[in-house]
Structure formats: C-alpha cells, structure tokens
Design a protein around this ligand. Structure first.
Ligand code: RP5
Length: 168
C-alpha cells in the first residue's frame, strides 16, 4: 500500500513528540511515510519533496517543527496538498515561537495548525483521517466508531468519579 500521508519533521529530535500521530495513523490503517527535512538545513530537499509529493500519491502532509518553524509554510508553498502544521515545544519559548510561525501564514498559503506537542500530533493525524474520510466511507465509519469509544471512556470515567465522590 503506497503512503497517502506524509509526516515530515524538522529534526530527528522531534520524533518522540510525534508518537501519537503515528499511533493514530496506524490505528486507522493508513499508510504513511516519515522523513526528516528541514526548511533551513535542507531547503532544497524540502522543496523537492513537496513538489513531488502529489505525483507520488501523497494526499496530506503533516509538518512538525520547532523554533522558527517555517517547515509547514515552505512545504505548503510548493504544493497544493493540505498541509497540517504541528508546532514543537522547545526552550526558551515553550512552543509559542513555533505556533506563531506556523499559524501566522500570509493569506493564500494556508497551513492548518494544531496545538503544540503530543496533543497536536494526535489531532493532526485525526484531522488527516477526517479529510480522507470525506471520500472514504469505510474510514468515515471507523472515525465515528473512534468517537463513540472515546465518548464511552469519558462516561465510564464520569461514573467512576461519581462512585468515588459518593464514598467521601
Ligand atoms: C527545528 O528546530 C526542528 O524541528 C526542531 O524542533 C528544532 C531543533 O532542532 P535540533 O537542534 O534538535 O536538530 O528545525
């Protein structure tokens, strides 16, 4: 199965924060590829990757980067595929720098930016699932089942909390 989703990170140091994205994509049975490409350190390779992604069958590109996080913007500049940005938290600004760099794109070149860190990584993958589900009924059904299971978990947690509080 050829990859429909690409996950690009600006540095290998971003990899641990992306576990939730990989776990989620696997859970939904989506084929993905992952690359380290940097807007600043490997600009030509990043641009070439973006330019060739659509013809290779990639449908959505997730871009994780920290600090002056230009990766999502650079990739989006070279493709019309949807690009989802995941800001990485780093010192000394705890991800605010990457968040603002990613979310503040000039009109005309959007990067759909999620929150920083692991929660953002998971949501980026879920957003990619939702986009693909628009034209894939089986995937849409899986997404509905995922949401239902998540709802049940919260209901169970609510019942457990109520039971504990009743004992006080
Ligand atoms: C960004 O700079 C990367 O995405 C990473 O989050 C940050 C630091 O990179 P390293 O110094 O760890 O390679 O480009």
């Amino acid at each position: 199965m050829s990859a429909e989703i690409a996950v690009i990170m600006g540095s290998k140091s971003d990899l641990p924060s992306l576990k939730g994205a990989f776990d989620t994509l696997k859970k939904f049975g989506l084929a993905f590829e992952a690359r380290v490409l940097s807007a600043h350190r490997t600009p030509d390779a990043a641009a070439e990757y973006a330019k060739s992604a659509e013809s290779r069958g990639i449908k959505i590109i997730l871009c994780a980067a920290g600090m002056a996080a230009h990766l999502g913007g650079v990739i989006a500049a070279h493709t019309t595929l949807p690009v989802i940005g995941i800001p990485m938290a780093s010192e000394p600004f705890h991800g605010w720098d990457a968040l603002l760099a990613m979310v503040q794109m000039p009109p005309g070149i959007p990067v759909a930016t999620v929150t920083a860190g692991p929660a953002g990584a998971k949501n980026a993958a879920l957003l990619a699932v939702a986009i693909l589900a628009l034209s894939n009924p089986e995937l849409a059904q899986k997404l509905k089942e995922f949401r239902a299971a998540q709802t049940r978990q919260v209901e169970e947690a609510d019942a457990a909390v109520q039971a504990e509080i009743a004992k006080l």
